[in-house]
Design a protein around this ligand. Structure first.
Ligand code: ARG
Length: 274
């Protein structure tokens, strides 16, 4: 079906980190099994393809230097949240990832972003804090904490809508919800507590609701520029729904990164200068 709606893309700047040291060495979410082999060369090909796709859509891709001993560093979305050039650097829940926050802090300081704050509460960046127009949708329940939401609201200057995640497979907000444009989202309602579901339904009556099959292949871990939506190829039902709503689904394949519980969005941190 072709939609009559015309969606407008806005050019973005993204920070990505190559999976040079990618591995599944510990298990901090249900997707991770350290016994399962990881093909790093394949991860690298999948990641390069993601960069090429983002660039082909007209976006600027900057890179963070990968560091040995930080196998999840490819997931830059967890390192910070950036709004109007203001940066809130993450504070990771698990010690295994703590060093990533230091690397992000250094990168933002050197890149000239001001101000740059480091969160004092557990805060996993855009994994749980999704900027949606003039508000931030914020998840808690597994990683980022509710006090971190208040800190983000204060330091980033946007009102925060607090949402409770309840399914451990969807441990970060960006695994259960995608911001498609300033005023539209897609999400899988059962990942949220009943009050949060009601809140989302009232804020976004026209949202796209994903089915479980698409959510389970990480279809909601998607990157939208307002028109093009880069999402896992396996999420075919969601791609069809997006098309009906006037968006252009852009499928990518990242099966290696899924072994760590990650997808295209986890690898993509948006640098919002304005
Ligand atoms: N293994 C990583 C973790 O559990 C994956 C992070 C995925 N990132 C995301 N934005 N959801 O922390």
């Amino acid at each position: 079906m072709t939609s009559l709606l015309h969606r407008t893309a806005r050019r973005r700047r993204y920070l990505l980190c190559p999976p040079t040291h990618f591995a599944v060495r510990y298990a901090i979410n249900p997707w991770m099994d350290p016994g399962q082999p990881v093909d790093r060369a394949a991860a690298d090909r999948q990641w390069r393809r993601l960069c090429a796709v983002l660039r082909s859509l007209g976006h600027e891709v900057l890179t963070l230097d990968p560091l040995p001993g930080l196998p999840d560093m490819v997931f830059t979305a967890n390192g910070a949240t950036v709004v109007g050039g203001r940066v809130l650097v993450a504070r990771f829940k698990h010690a295994e990832r703590a060093g990533e926050a230091t690397a992000h802090r250094r990168w933002f300081d050197r890149a000239g972003f001001r101000p740059v704050h480091t969160a004092t509460r557990v805060n996993e960046g855009e994994g749980d804090l999704l900027v949606a127009g003039r508000r931030i949708l914020a998840g808690w329940g597994f990683r980022t904490t509710a006090p971190a939401h208040r800190e983000a609201q204060h330091l980033l200057g946007l009102p925060v809508v607090t949402l409770r995640l309840v399914d451990p497979r969807f441990y970060h907000l960006d695994t259960a919800l995608t911001v498609l444009s300033d005023d539209q989202i897609m999400y899988w309602p059962p990942a949220f507590a009943p009050t949060s579901r009601r809140l989302l339904a009232s804020l976004y009556p026209d949202a796209i609701r994903a089915g479980e099959t698409d959510a389970a292949v990480f279809g909601l871990n998607a990157v939208s520029d307002g028109r093009h939506v880069v999402l896992p190829r396996a999420a075919t039902g969601l791609a069809a729904q997006l098309h009906t709503h006037g968006y252009r689904p852009v499928p990518v394949e990242m099966p290696e990164l899924l072994k760590a519980g990650g997808g295209p969005k986890c690898c993509t941190l948006e640098l919002r200068d304005a």
